[in-house]
Ligand binder design. Structure first.
Ligand code: GDP
Length: 433
């Protein structure tokens, strides 16, 4: 897994840039005052390439160090493992002697470098970027971490410089099932229970991400690769950090999966972290199973009501399957793999265009389509353009007339007739007047 280090003197905006680059995954870079933080690796995917951003945010200089020394130490250690270095400077402050010192270190590293000029918030400041040419790292890229300007271009450039994925570790064939969830819900235990029940074909192989493990297994339903996020609890010292790191790892596993097991702890109420993970899996179009683990801890619980509450908590994914298991006793675990395959076949389903259109006609006859300013929404034609997840395009007279509630109505009708259990469906409305 190639890594990318962002270096630069203090106050050039490294943390802001990091937060901007990592987007939804920014929680991990939150400051943990008073702790000596490990260096963190933030899994990223851009333009189809996986890499890690090295977060050296915790490596603040010690007060007794001279600034020059501590900055240089920081820069050196961050760069050592990196495949690409992003050297960040500050358009507002201009070129400083410290920038020159860091430039020397960057040059010595021999790594490919992207020179980014931050705080180029407007055209005038962007002009200043030219001054940094003299550092000798080619064309400086103006960015504004704060406003998000130039950040996509920066990522494009970084990805170009990443080493070729040398004979990319051949991905094992099979249905890819991610075991996601926050720390201590029982992900590792579930993995063991799943593997224990099946025949492992080969020993686990390192996944494409640090600490992630792909476990290929042969099951009665077919070949499976379990993608899990082991190795999280090593960082047990900083509780908060662990929790967030666990979530980030989950997001990375989700990126590489067909089906996501969102593992929950039956003995605790679902948290915002749980719904965050589920929402991410939905947005990525993965098949969804809520796996409620540790059911052996539930005593005298009305499961019907429990399940109703669970559905309410996850009402943003009403189509997700819900399975109740105990990794400890093995209860219910045998449903996980077959259900995953069932969902995968739903994800891969293609509805013939005539069937889809007759459903849409019927639906519109039952439910007056929305209108605005005397203009009525007309659905001219619908067609499924993709699978895994299913993607349906509706050609309409005016996409602006489509409201969320109408979209939901269509989705419900579609699911009543065609199923699509366990999978998100992607809807697109296109204008054809
Ligand atoms: P992970 O961090 O999500 O991988 O969680 P682990 O698999 O390490 O489990 C966390 C804790 O929950 C451990 O102490 C497990 O023994 C316990 N645990 C896991 N599954 C179950 C279960 O089904 N029932 C009970 N009672 N405890 C469980």
């Amino acid at each position: 897994q190639p890594s990318v280090a962002i270096v630069g003197r203090q106050n050039v905006g490294k943390s802001t840039l990091l937060n901007r680059l990592t987007g939804r995954r920014q929680a991990i870079t939150e400051d943990l005052p008073g702790t000596t933080r490990d260096r963190l690796y933030i899994p990223m995917n851009h333009a189809g390439r996986d890499f890690e951003l090295v977060d050296t945010g915790g490596m603040e200089p010690l007060p007794q160090d001279t600034i020059a020394r501590s900055v240089n130490d920081q820069v050196r250690s961050a760069m050592k493992a990196a495949s690409v270095v992003v050297f960040l400077v500050d358009a507002k402050a201009g070129l400083t002697p410290q920038d020159h010192e860091i430039a020397d270190e960057v040059r010595k590293s021999g790594k490919p470098v992207v020179l980014a000029v931050n705080k180029a918030d407007n055209a005038r400041l962007s002009l200043h970027a030219a001054e940094f040419h003299s550092l000798g790292f080619g064309e400086p890229m103006p960015v504004s971490a704060f406003h998000g300007r130039g950040v996509e271009d920066l990522l494009d450039r970084v990805v170009e410089l990443l080493p070729e994925p040398e004979a990319v570790a051949k991905a094992a064939p099979g249905l890819r099932i991610a075991i996601a969830g926050r720390a201590n819900v029982g992900k590792s235990s579930l993995l063991n229970a799943l593997v224990g029940a099946e025949r492992m074909i080969v020993s686990p192989i390192p996944g494409t991400t640090r600490d992630s493990i792909d476990t290929p297994i042969d099951t009665a339903s077919g070949s499976v690769v379990l993608i899990d996020t082991a190795g999280i609890r090593r960082r047990g010292k900083i509780e908060r950090g662990v929790e967030e790191y666990s979530v980030i790892r989950s997001l990375n596993a989700i990126d590489r999966a067909d089906i996501v097991l969102i593992v929950l702890d039956a003995s605790e109420p679902a948290t915002a972290q749980d719904t965050h993970i589920a929402g991410y899996a939905r947005d990525q179009g993965r098949g969804l199973i809520l796996v409620v683990n540790k059911t052996d801890l539930l005593e005298n619980v009305d499961m019907t009501e429990y399940d109703r509450n669970m559905a309410a908590r996850f009402k943003f994914i009403p189509y997700a399957e819900r399975l109740y298991v105990s990794a400890r006793t093995g209860d219910g675990v045998d449903r996980v793999i077959p259900t995953s395959f069932e969902i995968q076949s739903e994800r891969a389903k293609r509805i013939p265009t005539p069937d889809l259109n007759s459903l849409v006609r019927q639906a519109l006859a039952r439910h007056a389509p929305p209108s605005a300013g005397g203009k009525l929404l007309k659905v001219l034609y619908a067609t499924q353009v993709g699978v895994c997840p299913p993607e349906i395009v509706f050609f309409v007279n005016d996409p602006k007339l489509v409201h969320f509630s109408f979209e939901r109505f269509l989705e419900n009708r579609l699911r009543e007739v065609f199923g699509f259990a366990g999978t998100p469906i992607k809807f697109t409305f296109k204008s054809r007047g």
